[in-house]
Design a protein. Structure first.
Length: 499
């Protein structure tokens, strides 16, 4: 996802409303902010689409519609062919939106009623229908307009947010505009970057509407983008006399019958991410494959939890879950690992076993555990469903952290990371090519290696999630998205860590 913004701060819709109100209270008239928004959107439109055959602006009734009317008026002043397709009659508008409508009438913009006009077939569409105030299902007439916009297959600029997208959660409740470019005003809304947001926003550009910096100081930032270049600074440089003992020993636990590949991928990723030593405890039949694939790995066959116990003494951090399965063997290994007191990355079926509450009953929050659920696993941990998790991913990651402690990565488009700091990070790197088996195993190995090198579980979660996604972005430049394999990204992990 391409994002053009001066900083990493993200905001809830309530915070944006508060910033807007504070700017007006400071002496900036509301209509002036609307004109700035319309101007910023028009300038971006003409920059991205320099000579459109026609600009069709879909306008609703609120401030978002007002922004659209201003854009249309500015386009008419510049002699661009422009029309407004309105869903609320002009005489029903109030406040700044009414003033913006009258500006468009003054500039002789063609203003048409949605119910009486044919869908545009050329040019560019501007979505100024709903803005950030939408909650719940989109009303039928607006849903019909959104469907028409998407069916046109024309380029779309969304004003502030694609209509139908929840700016707080990234969820959509029915119809949502598929934009090519979204211009976000005052601050980037956190819902643009997770859930459905990455799929429907296209490129995101921020315009702060020239609001003074001191206004922003009134709102505490609770959510931020995670950037690899900043997070890499948490890894200390290596001394010239360093040896493998300085960089920890990662023990990967998993690989039940038929799932040996998962521990191989996790182990190789851990080794390439800088761990001093990497070992694997798995079913005995997987040992030859591990040694053949990566002879640097220490591979041990274990048939019970009792056989795992001696291996824990040398480990710095455990990674449990890749290919673990849900057999009695799996449960024994998790039970022994959970009692070790070691830092632990908990992934895949280890999460599902924990959710059942039998193997580790009455699990208290574990401050040195890092959990990596996808929405389905998150739902099982919280006793709800995948769909409920995706309706509000921010609420879900908060509840997971409250229940489990440590650090949590809620995976998915726009993965969320939450740890002891209380600041929620969003991963904006990554691509749809990552939707393939084994990606989570590679991530778990990376996370284990970072903890082994001295990072806290929250630091490892932040850096590891962004590193994993950024490596995938490099890999698809060579392979393309279709056919990307989890192991394809491992060399790029090592490359990024070296840079």
């Amino acid at each position: 996802m391409k994002i053009t913004a001066p900083n990493s701060s993200l905001y809830s819709t309530a915070q944006v409303y508060a910033l807007d109100a504070a700017a007006i209270a400071s002496g900036i008239p509301g209509i002036q902010l609307m004109k700035r928004a319309g101007r910023a959107a028009f300038d971006l439109l003409t920059e991205r689409f320099p000579a459109p055959e026609l600009i069709s602006v879909y306008c609703g009734s609120g401030k978002n519609g007002g922004d659209g009317y201003v854009l249309a008026a500015l386009a008419a002043q510049r002699k661009f062919p422009v029309q407004v397709i309105q869903l609320t009659p002009g005489d029903k508008l109030t406040g700044e939106a009414r003033a913006a409508y009258e500006f468009a009438v003054q500039e002789q913009v063609s203003i048409l009623n949605f119910a009486q006009v044919a869908a545009p077939t050329s040019g560019v569409i501007v979505d100024a229908l709903l803005g950030i105030g939408v909650q719940g299902d989109v009303r039928p007439e607006f849903a019909a307009a959104i469907t028409q916009i998407n069916a046109s297959r024309l380029p779309v600029l969304a004003v502030d947010i694609p209509s139908g997208l929840d700016g707080d959660t990234g969820a959509s409740h029915g119809a949502v505009v598929n934009a090519d470019v979204t211009i976000s005003f005052i601050g980037i809304k956190r819902g643009l970057l997770t859930g459905r947001g990455p799929a429907v926003c296209g490129e995101i550009v921020l315009s702060d509407l020239a609001i003074p910096a001191e206004i922003y100081e009134q709102e505490a930032v609770q959510t931020e983008q995670l950037h690899l270049i900043d997070l890499l600074e948490s890894l200390p440089p290596r001394d010239a006399d360093a040896h493998k003992g300085h960089f920890g020993h990662v023990l990967i636990i998993g690989g039940d019958h038929g799932y040996g590949g998962a521990v191989i991928m996790a182990a190789e990723a851990a080794a390439r991410s800088g761990a001093g030593l990497v070992s694997v405890a798995t079913r005995p039949e997987h040992v030859p494959a591990i040694l053949t694939r990566c002879p640097e790995i220490i591979a041990r066959g274990v048939v019970s939890g009792q056989e795992l116990e001696p291996l824990l003494a040398r480990a710095t951090v455990l990674v449990i879950g890749p290919g673990l399965g849900r057999s009695p063997w799996s449960e024994q290994l998790l039970q022994v690992a959970a009692k070790s007191g070691l830092p632990m990355v908990v992934d895949a079926d280890a999460l599902n076993i924990l959710a059942e509450g039998r193997v580790v009953p009455n699990l208290a929050p574990q401050e040195n555990w890092l959990y990596t659920p996808h929405p389905g696993e998150a739902g099982r941990l919280l006793g709800t469903t995948n769909s409920i998790i995706n309706q509000d991913r921010f609420s879900a990651v908060t509840k997971l952290h409250q229940k489990l402690g440590g650090a949590v990565i809620l995976k998915g488009a726009g993965s969320l990371v939450l740890g002891e700091s209380g600041l929620t990070g969003i991963v904006t790197a990554g691509n749809p090519g990552m939707a393939t088996g084994g990606m989570g195993d590679v991530l778990s190995g990376i996370l284990g290696a970072l903890i082994a090198q001295g990072l806290s579980v929250e630091e490892a979660a932040q850096l590891g999630a962004v590193l994993h996604a950024s490596a995938a972005d490099l890999a698809v430049e060579q392979t393309g998205q279709r056919g990307l394999l989890a192991t394809d990204i491992i060399p790029y992990v090592a490359q990024l860590l070296s840079e």
